[in-house]
Design a protein. Structure first.
Length: 186
């Protein structure tokens, strides 16, 4: 069941559409895109609108990755007290973005939620703290994402993509050595 929330930027009246997914704390964000003969303009973040939609995080770090088609980056997370919420978008190409709930007291523990993010649709995915995150490039892609905390190497962890109950659209993704080696204990 999908729940839609509307929020508006007070000073420019630019709407975002916030869609709560199957796991309602994971939110798909659809910014309004203004197109004309020059190109397009969209707002990718507005603190008040996001807070109104239930996204309270203050983002402190931005990341940018480039990957060829078939690369799977993930499933990554940081342990307490360095957990991170993320706001993810594809600025080139197309990805399948996936989050898995690691909150042991949650009704949706170990359940997955996903969304296709692309240069074309300009959607973003908000992933709260307590989730592992990863994405599969469906075509060559560049991805940018905000994190609510900085990278803490000693807190870094992950789950192999094939340890989660999710049907990936390809059988043998390209993985880093680190992503091949994750062994998550439930």
């Amino acid at each position: 069941m999908k729940t839609f929330l509307k929020s508006y930027n007070n000073h420019l009246n630019m709407p975002f559409e916030f869609e709560k997914l199957v796991i309602p704390t994971v939110i798909l964000i659809k910014p309004k895109v203004f197109k004309d003969n020059r190109g397009f303009f969209l707002e990718t973040f507005e603190e008040n609108a996001f807070k109104e939609a239930g996204i309270p995080d203050q983002f402190t770090q931005d990341n940018h990755s480039k990957s060829q088609k078939g690369v799977l980056r993930g499933m990554h997370f940081q342990t307490t007290p360095y957990e991170q919420a993320k706001l993810v978008r594809a600025i080139k190409g197309k990805i399948l973005d996936v989050a898995v709930d690691l909150r042991k007291d949650s009704e949706t523990y170990m359940k997955c939620v996903s969304a296709v993010l692309s240069e074309e649709n300009k959607h973003m995915l908000y992933i709260p703290k307590g989730f592992a995150h990863g994405f599969l490039t469906l075509e060559d892609a560049e991805v940018v994402y905000k994190c609510s905390g900085t990278y803490a190497p000693k807190s870094e962890s992950g789950i192999r993509y094939d340890q989660i109950d999710f049907e990936w659209p390809i059988k043998n993704p390209i993985l880093s050595k680190k992503d091949e080696a994750w062994d998550y204990k439930k």
